[in-house]
Write a protein that binds this ligand. Structure first.
Ligand code: NAD
Length: 421
C-alpha cells in the first residue's frame, strides 16, 4: 500500500509542481489548500485516482484532516515579503501561528514525517560570508520573521516518531501551473518578452540565491524520504547558486531570443543581499540543484510566446492578495475576519504598523455602503466591471489585453466562489 502524503498549499507555485512529482513517484496525495489562486493549478491531475483534493484554510485545519497521512509537506502561507506586509495580523495568523498549529495537528494525527517550507529570506542582509544553516539570522520583514519563528518552533517539535525537517528555499524561478511573475527571474523574463527591456534597481550588486521550481520540488521529496536519524530537527538551505541582480539580468538578456535592453533605476524596496551555502543539503540530504537560469528563462519565454501561461493579476502575488482582501471586505467572505487574537506584547507594535500602512483609518463612504447587503452586492459588481476595464487593479498594466482582464475576472469569480463556499 502506498504512503499518503498531505501537501498543504498544494495549488501554489511549488506545490502544484510537487504534487505531479509525488503522484509520479506513487504516493497518494491529499491536496489541502485555500486555493487562493484557483483549483485550476491542479487541473492536469483532475480525476487522478491517487489525488484527493480539499479546499480548507490552515487556520481551520485540525488533526482530523490529516488522519491516515504518513507525511505532511507544508508549503502554505502568504508567500513573499510584500504580500506579508499587506495585513500583518493576517501574516501572523497564517504564516506563524497557523503553520505552527498545523504541525501540532500533524503530530496529534500520528503523522511520522513533517517538512516545513521556509525561506533563505531569514538571512536578510548577510554581509560577505557564505551563510550556512548555523549562521546568525537577520530577518528584515514580517514575512521573514514569521518564517524564522515558525521554523524554529517546528524544528523543536522533532522527536522519535515525529520527524520534522525545515527547508530554507532560495528564490524560485521557472515554469509552474500556478505561475508567479513576482519572482525575480520570472519577472525579468516577462518584462523582456512584453517590453524588450529589463529594469535593474538598487545598483544590481545585491546577491540572491536562486533555485528552479523542479529542483525545489525535488528537495521536498529528498526531505520526505531521507533517513529520520540524519534529518530530524534539521534545517537545510536549498538552492542552485548565488547571483547578483546584474548577472541575472544578463543571463535573461542572453537567453531571450529577441533584443533586450538592460536599464538601471535608483532605489530598491527589497533590502535583501546575501550569499548562501548549499553544502549541507548535498552532504546530508543528497540534494543538489541542477537546472540553470537560462533553462528556466527559455521555458517561460516559450510558454509566453505560445500563449500557454497566464500573466494577469493572479500571477502577481501581492497585487492578487490585495485584490482578494479588497473583495473579501466587499463580499465579506472571511479572508480577513477571523477570531484569532495576537499574543500579549505583539499586538501593539503590529497594530501601530498596521495603522501606518493603512493611513489614518477614517471611515469612508465605501465602508458605510459595505455595511449593507445591497451595498456589498453593488460594490462587488462595480469592482468586477472596474477590473475588466483595467480601472480596478492596483497593477493595471497597459499591456494587459481585454482577454487578460477577462481571465483575471474569471479567476476572481473562481476564487471567491471557492473561498466563500
Ligand atoms: N517561491 C519562492 O521563491 C519561495 C522561496 C522561499 C520560500 N517559499 C515558501 O514556499 C512555500 C510555497 O511558496 P510558493 O511560491 O509555492 O507560494 P504560492 O503563493 O504560490 O503558494 C502558497 C499556497 O498556499 C495557499 N495558502 C495561503 N494561505 C493559506 C491558508 N491560510 N490556508 C490554506 N492555504 C493557504 C495559497 O492558496 C497557495 O496555493 C511558501 O511557504 C513560501 O513562503 C517560496
Amino acid at each position: 500500500m502506498s504512503k499518503t502524503v498531505a501537501v498543504i498549499g498544494a495549488g501554489g507555485y511549488i506545490g502544484s509542481v510537487l504534487v505531479g512529482r509525488l503522484l509520479e513517484a506513487g504516493y497518494r496525495i491529499r491536496a489541502l489548500d485555500r486555493f487562493f489562486f484557483g483549483v485550476g493549478t491542479l487541473g492536469r491531475y483532475a480525476g487522478h485516482p491517487a489525488l484527493d483534493l480539499k479546499t480548507i484554510d490552515i487556520r481551520d485545519l485540525g488533526a482530523r484532516e490529516l488522519e491516515g497521512c504518513w507525511g505532511v509537506l507544508d508549503l502554505s502561507g502568504l508567500s513573499n515579503d510584500p504580500a506579508a506586509e499587506v495585513d500583518l495580523q493576517l501574516t501572523w495568523e497564517i504564516n506563524e501561528k497557523g503553520r505552527v498549529d498545523l504541525a501540532r495537528s500533524a503530530q496529534s494525527a500520528g503523522v511520522e514525517r513533517y517538512v516545513f517550507s521556509g525561506s533563505c529570506s531569514v538571512y536578510g542582509a548577510g554581509g560577505d560570508a557564505d551563510l550556512a544553516e548555523d549562521s546568525e539570522l537577520n530577518p528584515l520583514t514580517a514575512y521573514a520573521q514569521a518564517a524564522a519563528k515558525a521554523e524554529e518552533a517546528i524544528r523543536a517539535m522533532n522527536r522519535p516518531g515525529f520527524t520534522t525537517v525545515a527547508l530554507r528555499n532560495a528564490t524560485v524561478f521557472g515554469l509552474s501551473p500556478r505561475m508567479r511573475f513576482d519572482l525575480v527571474v520570472n519577472v525579468m523574463t516577462l518584462s523582456a518578452f512584453e517590453r524588450g527591456q529589463i529594469v535593474v534597481t538598487g545598483g544590481g550588486r545585491q546577491r540572491r540565491p536562486l533555485v528552479h521550481v523542479q529542483d525545489a520540488a525535488r528537495a521536498f521529496m529528498c526531505a520526505l524520504e531521507a533517513n529520520a536519524d540524519a534529518v530530524g530537527g534539521e534545517v537545510f538551505n536549498v538552492g542552485l547558486a548565488n547571483f547578483r541582480m546584474i548577472e541575472l539580468s544578463e543571463a535573461v538578456r542572453k537567453a531571450v531570443p529577441t533584443p533586450v535592453q538592460v536599464q538601471f533605476a535608483p532605489g530598491d524596496a527589497d533590502k535583501r543581499d546575501y550569499s548562501v551555502n548549499f553544502e549541507k543539503a548535498r552532504k546530508v540530504l543528497g540534494f543538489s540543484a541542477c537546472v540553470d537560469i537560462p533553462v528556466g528563462v527559455r521555458e517561460i519565454h516559450r510558454a509566453l510566446e505560445a500563449g500557454q501561461v497566464e500573466r494577469g493579476l493572479v500571477t502577481k502575488t501581492v497585487a492578487w492578495y490585495r485584490h482578494l482582501i479588497k473583495m473579501a471586505r466587499v463580499l465579506d467572505y472571511g479572508l480577513v475576519a477571523r477570531t484569532a487574537s495576537l499574543p500579549v506584547g505583539e499586538a501593539a507594535p503590529l497594530a501601530a504598523r498596521q495603522a501606518e500602512l493603512q493611513g489614518t483609518g477614517r471611515p469612508s463612504v465605501a465602508a458605510a455602503v459595505r455595511e449593507t447587503a445591497p451595498g456589498r452586492a453593488l460594490l462587488s459588481i462595480v469592482s468586477m466591471i472596474g477590473m475588466l476595464f483595467g480601472l480596478e487593479t492596483e497593477y493595471s498594466e497597459e499591456s494587459l489585453t481585454l482577454t487578460d482582464r477577462a481571465s483575471n475576472l474569471a479567476r476572481t469569480f473562481e476564487t471567491v466562489m471557492a473561498v466563500a463556499a
